[in-house]
Design a protein around this ligand. Structure first.
Ligand SMILES: [Zn+2]
Length: 193
């Protein structure tokens, strides 16, 4: 397996212009839909909402990443409730919202491509078999399919507002798990008390 990956990297690096092999690795299919959605584009609020962990959906080609249902529905896959709250705020404040449509287990859009945990091998107490020892091609395919479109949509939104002379306050929306690595977190327990 390893030598095939190296061969592909080699071929990539020797091509002029856009590498053909890179183009050929498409992660998303038509059934997967778009990786990013912009809601209320051009909304009048200065606030620009960003929800990187909106979804726990995985691209079909990645299967279940070797995880069971419990892990796939846990907070390691997404921020439960973050999208619902984002949409309510978007509507009530007339604020634009940029949302990511795939699980952070496929690619964590809160991380740049060079971050090792952009495609985590371990998240909290869960090992992610489908993210173990990813080849450069596999990593690149996820960056191109998921991160770049998200980054692009967000940049376009920010640029358009700047061009129109509008003020932008970026607010990223996250939710937190009350139990982390098996331990109840102080901040939540105090609030509940
Ligand atoms: Zn989050």
């Amino acid at each position: 397996m390893m030598w095939i990956d190296r061969k592909l990297i080699l071929e990539n690096s020797f091509q002029n212009g856009e590498p053909e092999a890179k183009k050929a690795v498409h992660l998303l299919t038509d059934q997967d839909g778009q990786p990013v959605t912009v809601i209320n584009q051009g909304g009048s609020s200065a606030i620009l909402l960003v929800c990187e962990h909106a979804s726990r959906r995985l691209p079909e080609k990645l299967g279940a990443l070797g995880l069971d249902e419990e892990a796939l529905t846990a907070h390691i896959a997404w921020d439960p409730g973050a999208l619902a709250v984002s949409r309510l705020i978007s509507e009530s404040m007339d604020a634009a919202l940029v949302q990511q449509n795939f699980s952070r287990l496929a690619y964590d859009c809160n991380r740049p491509p060079e971050a090792p945990d952009a495609m985590p091998e371990v998240s909290e107490i869960y090992e992610i078999p489908g993210n173990r020892d990813l080849s450069e091609e596999a990593r690149q395919a996820r960056v191109e399919a998921i991160y770049r479109p998200f980054e692009g949509a967000l940049s376009r939104e920010i640029d358009a507002r700047a061009k129109a002379g509008r003020r932008t306050v970026i607010v990223t929306m996250h939710t937190f798990t009350p139990v982390y690595k098996g331990v109840a977190r102080d901040v939540e327990s105090r609030r509940a008390a």
